[in-house]
Design a protein around this ligand. Structure first.
Ligand code: SF4
Ligand code: SF4
Length: 472
């Protein structure tokens, strides 16, 4: 456990910790471009240099281990001068894009210039070397080489995290630039992490570009419901609209996959359901609920199928609906192979709540095999569930079968559905989910639902009340 002093303050650190980490323990933030806590160190940008007593040269704090008895200065005149020089060098050919750059407001170069330099450029603007701008390098990313500070975070991410190595530094010296290998596209399933880790606006997200300024965004913690891993994330939103998702600060998942990051997109999609949908036409929610209740009450073999895509609370509401129906035909038990399938984050189980769906279920009930057998045998003639869970029903639905589903978007409605009821997504209403390791997370609400679209539990309760009314 080495003990050292940084800016005159003592600190004790774990063996192998760097000076930059030791400074962090004291609340001293050393500026850095190439260092990222979840990537191997590069020690290349020189922005994090510090002065160590007795050492002839400044040292990069991100790659120098803290050692017993070290006396470190993070703000000596030599350190300050070195930082100014690094910033002057990085800004030589940097474009004056800040007013239109999406990184403005969260750009390390902009912030460090204000904090550590504020010097006027000695380099004539007309000698600036132009670089390629606005290059599409994958389905989600735009590369602007003029803004790049060659920190290589993006290269190391593709080499070390996804191990797909699409990016590399091309050229030498001041002609160096980030390039993509011939014939490759940056489409490794985790590419949007590069827009987060790029410290400047050189890599920006096509989904976020020019849509919202960083300083208008509110941040709300959420659980990603894209699969059973249940990554901890933060939804950035303004004016009732979500603009992006990023990993939650301090979360064990340093990254999010691209699919998980974009799970908010259906919220404002053109096919978002704001009314009920029966056969081929929209209908107000109230008559849609009455019609669904009539179809369920009218079938002696009506069934309720929970869903691993729904929260614990909404599965409980479906369980209460099964009780109101007085049916023994219900199923809330799901099994799925789970575990990380790509060595990074994505789970084999695509549903976020396989573990939690059964929690609120009544004891007894059917397993999926028996439910399918009874449907095929014509013993069950109507069933209510959530749209994606309808895929658990195997084979063609028997003629006249009344499938009633809850869905957020029209594209989710399964073939053969008789009636669809809209519900508020978990960005719009709170819900508890249990991930594949048994970790519970409560997510939402982040933004309000479309007018007139209630949480699923509310509509399920209205259905149960309508059923009881029918039976009275
Ligand atoms: S594109 Fe961004 S992350 Fe990649 S080297 Fe340039 S500044 Fe660094
Ligand atoms: S791995 Fe799963 S939980 Fe994590 S971000 Fe991707 S979809 Fe979401």
């Amino acid at each position: 456990m080495p003990r050292l002093t940084i800016d005159g303050r003592p600190v004790e650190v774990k063996e192998g910790a760097t000076i930059l980490e030791a400074a962090g323990l004291l609340g001293i933030t050393i500026p850095r471009f190439c260092h990222h806590p979840a990537l191997p160190p590069a020690g290349s940008c020189r922005m994090c240099v510090v002065e160590i007593e007795g050492s002839p040269k400044l040292a990069t704090s991100c790659s120098t281990p803290a050692a017993e008895g070290m006396k470190v200065s993070t703000s000596s005149p030599a350190v300050k001068a070195a930082r100014r020089d690094v910033l002057e060098f990085l800004l030589l050919n940097h474009p004056l894009d800040c007013p239109i750059c999406d990184q403005a407001g969260e750009c390390s170069l902009q912030d460090y210039y204000m904090e550590h330099s504020c010097a006027k450029s000695r380099f004539p603007a007309e000698l600036k070397e132009p670089r390629q701008k606005r290059r599409l390098i994958g389905p989600h990313l735009v590369l602007d080489n003029e803004r790049c500070v060659l920190c290589t975070r993006c290269v190391r991410f593709c080499d070390e995290v996804t191990r797909t190595s699409e990016l590399f530094v091309s050229g030498r010296s001041d002609a160096s630039f980030i390039d993509i290998r011939e014939g490759k596209a940056l489409d490794n399933g985790y590419s949007l992490n590069l827009a987060d880790i790029c410290p400047v606006g050189a890599l920006t997200s096509r989904e976020f570009r020019f849509r919202q300024r960083a300083w208008f965004l509110e941040k709300t913690p959420v659980t990603c419901l894209g699969c059973a891993t249940g990554c901890r994330a933060e939804a950035h939103h303004a004016g009732g609209e979500i603009y992006r998702m990023v990993p939650a600060p301090g979360a064990e998942n340093a990254w999010l996959c691209d699919r998980g990051r974009l799970t908010y997109r259906p919220l404002r999609a053109g096919d978002r359901l704001k009314k009920g949908f029966i056969k081929n036409g929209y209908i107000d929610l109230e008559p849609a609920v009455r019609e669904a209740a009539a179809r369920l009450a009218g079938e002696p073999g009506a069934a309720v199928l929970g869903s691993p895509w729904l929260s614990v609370e909404d599965n409980a509401a479906l369980a209460a609906l099964a009780r109101a129906l007085g049916t023994g035909n219900y199923c809330f038990s799901f099994t799925a192979e789970s575990g990380i399938k790509d060595g990074i984050l994505v789970n084999k189980d695509p549903a976020p709540n396989t573990a939690g769906a059964a929690e609120a279920a009544p004891t007894g009930g059917l397993d999926l095999g028996e439910l399918n057998r009874r449907i095929a045998a014509g013993e069950i003639k109507a069933l209510i569930t959530e749209a994606r869970a309808a895929a658990f029903i195997k084979g063609r639905l028997p003629d006249g079968f009344k499938l009633i589903v809850f869905a957020t978007n029209r594209s989710e409605i399964p073939a053969g559905a008789y009636a669809t009821l809209p519900y508020a997504s978990y960005f719009e209403t709170p819900g508890t989910f249990v991930n594949y390791q048994g970790r519970r997370g409560v997510t939402g609400p982040v933004v309000p639902p479309p007018e007139g679209v209630p949480p699923l539990a509310e509509t399920a309760a209205a259905l149960a009340a309508a059923l009881k009314g029918d039976g009275a």
